[in-house]
Unconditional design. Sequence first.
Length: 95
Amino acid sequence: MKRHLGFALKLLLSVALIAYMAVTFDLGDAAQRIRQADMAWIAAAIALFVVLMANNALRWEIVIAAITVATKTSSRVKPRWSEGVRLLMSRARDR
């Protein structure tokens, strides 16, 4: 029961915040600001976002490879970074 109450409160708060933002957000003002923005900065932000997403994907691939190597139970994930993972795991065991 306590778990359901916590979930209900979180859901209620999320819905209330989304409703508040939907009512108070001015789309016309936002569109005007986007039109006035410097496209070079927008392009730089998009490029940085792509680089960061690629970095995050690489990090997750390394984590999944480490889990696969450690458990040797998953046949779906083939570790591409196994050498680096083994090195990191051996360093962690030596501590």
